[in-house]
Design a protein around this ligand. Structure first.
Ligand SMILES: Cc1cc2nc3c(=O)[nH]c(=O)nc-3n(C[C@H](O)[C@H](O)[C@H](O)COP(=O)(O)OP(=O)(O)OC[C@H]3O[C@@H](n4cnc5c(N)ncnc54)[C@H](O)[C@@H]3O)c2cc1C
Length: 401
């Protein structure tokens, strides 16, 4: 594989990095200390600047007003944006909207595209994705309790979801519900578009996560669907194809997440090195950088980030060249390798900052709190490891290895 970055992409990355440094990082103190909703007017201005620079929606198809980058190039942009918690939101490629745009683009009817996809791609509305349930194991999502029962021209949805990221303020949810209980388990569920102002769509609360309930885009909702009636035309794709579509959504989504986490690694690493060089720890002016343990953290982090980055770019390349199914071992590997690399690097950077690292005066404590979830969502570490090992061992049993 070829790691050369095209001249166009070099120019794009320079612009993106400069924007993150000059426009977003200076806003972060306010972001950490204010309600996210209060920041929306300022963030809307930043989004307009991004659109004027023609950098909006790196992963959004050109016909929908985005840059239409392929997976590899978007991965590089995602890394640059990941350096700030505001990056993806301001450039219009934030989860879960990015994944929802993808599936609406692939499976939406013309009417759904007009009503939901176009304004979503333009950043005029937001969306959320409601699959995980309070009482059922998200790690085995075929075990869903939420049902969508046909009644004339409507589906009537009942169920209890949570961790519906960014439900607060979203215009619509894509809800995963059982429509075909008699079918084989993998073909029982469908995706249904539910406008959040539909009676029976109840946002119970924004769940406090590591001490913060957040608001608007930066929140995770608990949702009760109570006799929530939506027209049958809101079905996304075919009935019973919910899990098939969800798999399509998760593959590229994991590459985006991993590259975002590598952006976090790069920011934390940068902060760790700067602090190590600046912080004097003896009267004769020796700094933390003079200590072997800190040097070891720096060396280990540099090597681990490099390894995780190469694995992720390789997985993206495999996905583009040989396809999603063939790349699934690589995608499973990066999911837990990068999440754990990020956790270690952020932890070391925080340790080097001492008491300062624990405060909200730097971004490190935010990363520490919020990004712990990386080892849980989109498949917990253990689930990916078990799936990968099962496939490898089967290949050995089948004599392929
Ligand atoms: C910050 C955050 C954002 C999220 N956003 C969304 C969203 O927008 N939409 C949505 O639908 N969901 C979302 N989720 C939910 C997420 O997908 C689930 O939390 C995840 O799938 C795990 O499901 P669970 O929480 O039910 O854990 P469980 O399935 O109960 O698993 C608990 C633990 O058991 C272990 N485990 C489970 N299965 C196995 C196994 N086979 N082998 C070994 N160990 C195992 C793992 O350690 C796992 O962490 C989000 C979660 C978080 C934390």
């Amino acid at each position: 594989m070829d790691f050369t970055i095209s001249d166009t992409m070099k120019a794009v990355l320079e612009l993106v990095n400069e924007f993150v440094d000059k426009e977003l990082i200076p806003m972060e103190h306010e972001f950490r200390n204010k309600d996210f909703r209060d920041l929306l007017p300022e963030l809307a201005k930043k989004r307009e600047m991004v659109k004027k620079m023609e950098l909006w929606g790196p992963n959004i198809p050109k016909e929908l007003g985005g840059m239409g980058l392929d997976l590899m190039d978007h991965a590089l942009v995602s890394e640059a944006l990941g350096r700030s918690p505001l990056g993806h939101y301001v450039f219009g490629c934030q989860a879960p909207d990015a994944g929802n745009i993808e599936i609406l683009h692939l499976h939406g009817t013309e009417e759904q595209k007009k009503e939901y996809l176009s304004p979503l791609a333009r950043g005029e509305i937001r969306s959320c994705f409601a699959m995980t349930e309070v009482d059922m194991p998200g790690s085995n999502p075929v075990m869903l309790e939420t049902t969508a029962v046909k009644d004339g021209d409507y589906y009537v949805i009942n169920g209890h979801k949570w961790y519906t990221t960014a439900a607060d303020g979203a215009k619509f949810a894509i809800c995963m519900a059982v429509t075909n209980p008699e079918a084989p388990q993998y073909l029982q569920a469908s995706m249904i578009i539910v406008p959040t102002d539909t009676p029976g769509f109840n946002l119970v609360r924004n769940i406090p996560v590591m001490g913060h309930a957040g608001s608007d885009y930066f929140s995770h909702g608990e949702i009760l669907f109570q006799n929530c009636r939506v027209p049958k035309k809101n079905l996304l794709g075919q009935e019973g194809q919910g899990f098939v579509i969800a798999q399509e959504r998760l593959g590229p989504g994991r590459i985006h997440h991993c590259m975002r986490w590598l952006g976090i690694c790069s920011r934390a690493f940068d902060m760790m090195c700067r602090r190590a060089n600046e912080r004097k720890i003896t009267p004769d002016g020796k700094t933390l950088a003079s200590r072997q343990i800190v040097q070891q953290w720096v060396a280990d982090s540099a090597a681990e980030i490099q390894a995780a980055r190469l694995m992720t770019l390789y997985a993206a390349w495999c996905m583009e060249t040989v396809g999603h199914k063939e790349a699934r071992d690589d995608v499973s590997m990066i999911k837990y390798v990068v999440a754990n690399t990020m956790q270690r690097v952020v932890d070391r950077a925080l340790q080097v900052h001492g008491g300062l690292g624990m405060t909200d005066d730097t971004v490190l404590a935010f990363f520490y709190r919020h990004e712990r979830a990386a080892r849980i969502y989109d498949g917990a570490d253990e689930v990916h490891k078990a799936a990968l090992a099962t496939r490898i061992l089967k290949r050995y049993r089948d004599g392929a290895k």
